[in-house]
Design a protein around this ligand. Structure first.
Ligand SMILES: [Zn+2]
Length: 570
């Protein structure tokens, strides 16, 4: 996802609401049910500084927490089968949800925005009872569902979905020629803004079918492989798509419009492009960049992760969104970001920011996914770093370093990158730019590019199609490098400030004292200092050490393009 103003202030709710919700989600009730070999993200991190508490709503907690009626089941598949009426601005239909119970139980939690009506929920032929609370729908079964067994329910719903949030949630719009243009973008508000699902990040279906009936003459582009279209005989045509991989709920997309289609290939990967007819020639020129993007990312990380589903770019009226295998594109068929030199150093005008950024999410965000929104830097920090890799692959190392350092001006250092766990809220925008600068720093810490390329390649391959937390990332890097990088990750991700290298010169003795000033007491990071043409690496810690140098204070440099740090000299 991308947008420049997106940190959302949440409305304060009364303390008693929080108390009531906290009681309902008492950790003992659901942590006790975790399997004995719980993955790292279920264990409390060893060294976490509590983030500044943000005011949250009941809905944010109900949707954000992995509560007892979510933890008791595991999603297998969805079949979303709906009709979209552009005139009445109504959607209606059902989602068939298949899941496996992990514990015996009689209740599961699904989610659907309160603006939409629940028509009925069927379990076979049995109509199920349910309780709605904010956006949550607690579904009750008349008999115990047993651990290890698989079940399917059909969740029927209808109504006018809200057009809200940064990119619209669900929008019944018009294209510039006045024809219907209907699209979704719901990462912030959640997919339950327009369809019923288990609206959280930890659990994904293994596959999904998307069937969308729309008036004849319009085209629906959704995720996955196009299966075909069927004339329903009542003025509507159903478009069927099959997603053959795990998918985040918010990636599930409708793009309904008067699209024209053209295609290409990258090796044996099909590339399909859908644009308004007026934009066809521009799109043919601009979308040629997709091939170079695929080539660059495959070079660093390996094969495009959703090969059976293909790769698509779909024109939309907002900037862009990483909808899996159907990337939404709205960058006006020009380079840079919405016509701007995005990092302000002359590199961004060489490529289309939205093609490069949003498609990078196929590797980080869609293939490797965060299990909780608090750890969204795994999507955005990594994908912003992928932009840098694209630049390095395509235009060279010098441009890449210029490009990533151009991001420094956008870093705010006001809040930690990792936000509060279990709350449906978007972390601060530092997750993008500071996240990428941190990874660029980590490359310098490894100080061996061959090793760095292997490390990030293997990291991606190890976690692809999984939902992970920062603890998993840190454990992997520690294990693979045999370095204790935890304080380094924690300093950049869990604290507000970046580390400061303090230098005290004693020119008479020809020495300089140095240490890191950091929030993490065990913070230690080697860094290149001295003369730019002949860097010397010092193993700085939070304790004072002394080195000899023939350089005077004003001649003594620190490689701040390679490490995102502050430097003070006295
Ligand atoms: Zn993004």
């Amino acid at each position: 996802m991308f947008g420049s103003k997106f940190y959302r202030r949440l409305a304060q709710v009364a303390v008693f609401l929080l108390f009531v919700t906290a009681a309902a989600y008492s950790s003992a009730a659901w942590q006790a049910t975790s399997p004995a070999t719980s993955p790292a993200w279920q264990r409390p991190p060893a060294t976490t500084t509590p983030p500044t508490p943000a005011p949250v709503t009941l809905a944010d907690i109900l949707r954000g927490a992995y509560g007892p009626y979510r933890v008791n089941n595991d999603l297998l598949s969805y079949h979303l089968d709906i009709r979209v009426d552009p005139d009445k601005q109504i959607i209606s239909g059902k989602n068939s949800i298949r899941f496996k119970m992990l514990q015996d139980g009689t209740r599961i939690q699904l989610d659907l925005h309160s603006a939409l009506g629940v028509d009925k929920i069927l379990f076979g032929t049995t109509q199920l009872r349910y309780v709605r609370d904010s956006g949550a729908v607690f579904v009750d079964f008349p008999e115990t569902l047993h651990a290890g067994q698989e079940y399917t329910i059909d969740f029927y719903y209808s109504g006018h979905p809200l057009t809200t949030a940064r990119f619209g949630g669900f929008t019944f719009g018009k294209d510039p020629a006045g024809r219907p243009w209907i699209y979704t973008a719901c990462e912030d508000i959640g997919a339950s803004d327009w369809w019923p699902n288990k609206d959280q990040w930890r659990d994904e279906v293994e596959n999904m079918q998307i069937s969308v009936a729309i008036p004849n003459g319009l085209v629906d582009v959704s995720n996955g492989k196009f299966l075909g279209k069927t004339d329903l005989g009542d003025g509507y045509t159903r478009w069927d798509w099959l997603v053959q991989y795990p998918i985040n709920n918010y990636d599930v997309a409708l793009n309904i419009g008067n699209y024209v289609h053209f295609s290409d290939q990258s090796g044996d990967l099909p590339l399909d492009f859908y644009v308004l007819p007026e934009d066809l020639e521009k799109a043919k020129r601009q979308f040629a960049q997709a091939k170079g993007m695929i080539e660059a990312y495959e070079h660093y990380f390996g094969e495009y992760p959703f090969k059976k589903d293909g790769y698509k770019l779909v024109e939309v009226p907002y900037a862009g969104m990483e909808h899996q295998s159907a990337v939404a594109y709205g960058n006006h068929f020009t380079n840079g970001y919405l016509g701007r030199d995005w990092t302000g150093v002359g590199v961004s005008p060489k490529f289309d920011f939205i093609i490069i950024h949003e498609s990078g999410h196929e590797w980080f965000g869609n293939a490797v996914s965060a299990a909780d929104r608090s750890d969204m830097w795994i999507h955005e920090g990594w994908t912003t770093y992928l932009e840098v890799l694209y630049v390095e692959y395509t235009f060279g190392h010098e441009d890449a370093q210029k490009y990533v350092n151009g991001y420094k001006a956008k870093v705010q250092n006001r809040e930690p990158i990792i936000a509060e766990r279990g709350v449906a809220a978007t972390p601060p925008q530092d997750m993008y730019f500071k996240g990428a600068l941190f990874l660029n720093t980590l490359r310098s810490v490894i100080n061996d590019d061959a090793r760095w390329w292997a490390l990030i390649h293997d990291f991606y391959q190890h976690f692809k199609y999984q939902n992970i937390m920062t603890e998993d990332v840190v454990a992997y890097f520690n294990q693979q490098t045999q370095l204790y990088l935890t304080p380094l990750f924690d300093q950049y991700l869990r604290h507000t400030a970046i580390p400061t290298l303090e230098l005290k010169f004693n020119e008479a003795d020809g020495t300089v004292d140095y240490r890191w000033q950091a929030d993490e007491p065990d913070f230690a990071m080697p860094i290149r200092v001295g003369k730019k043409t002949d860097w010397q690496i010092i193993q700085a810690t939070t304790y004072w050490q002394t080195m000899k140098t023939p350089l005077k204070k004003n001649e003594f440099d620190v490689a701040t393009d390679l490490y995102f740090v502050n430097v003070t000299k006295e």
